[in-house]
Ligand binder design. Sequence first.
Ligand code: AMP
Length: 280
Amino acid sequence: MNITHELNELRRYRWQDSESSWGLVPTMGALHQGHVSLIKQARAENENVGVSIFINPIQFNSPIDLTSYPVSIDHDLQILENEDVDLVWIPNQKDIYPSDFQSYVEVENISRILEGKSRPGHFRGVTTIVAILFNVFQPDKAYFGQKDAQQLFVIKRMVQDLKFNLQIITCPTVRDNDGLAISSRNQNLSSEGRKQARCLFEALSYSKKAIEKGERITSELIKNMQKIIDEFTLAKVDYLSIADPETLNEVEKIQKRCLISLAVFVDNVRLIDNMIIELE
Ligand code: AMP
């Protein structure tokens, strides 16, 4: 496994054999089973697999969120070695964002709703770093988790609009036994917070069942999801949304498919999750 911090070295490894295919899994480190599932899928579909680890400061809209983001580089490298990754790219901050950096990539409307409304500037940070990673690495395929549904949506829009020559692959959300979506931020939960964090999955599961039983009115579903979460003393809803997965516009009545997404502070840790429901 090659590990590099340097852009030119990265390019050298990447183009050593220009004929073979490369899959890239962009991460912010503190790797867990969710990341591993993306890496395994990349391994199965490409001759070479690259993983980037970079905590992207410009996508954090709170300095405390950035400083409390978990870091575990030795543990990460062990995981990547076990998963037979070919190239690990840990870019230097100063190479990515030199002091005179001033070029940003912004996907307009869909970056301003849901997560973008709660975290202004977040997606501008995400699309800027992802564009840089794609531009430098030039992967054939890049792997992202459904766990961050809006992020995927925004990145796909950027790739289409800016004509990046690569395929975006969506990977399913990996969950713990109680349904909690695995996330690096789960490490910041207290033990009671961790128990109560199952409220996100409980709310989503309630809606899934209610829709299967015939409920179509989203205000009813949202009201009941709010009630479910309110029973958990450490949980505070940031937003609850039921939207058309093709546009991310919120809907009053569910037609064929919907994306239910939510953000909840549990014990002051902000957690997000979502489910796509498809009707027969
Ligand atoms: P992060 O390191 O949190 O930026 O995540 C890197 C990638 O892993 C993103 O594409 C995430 O959507 C994906 N990811 C994070 N958690 C999970 C999970 N539980 N299941 C599937 N993918 C995930």
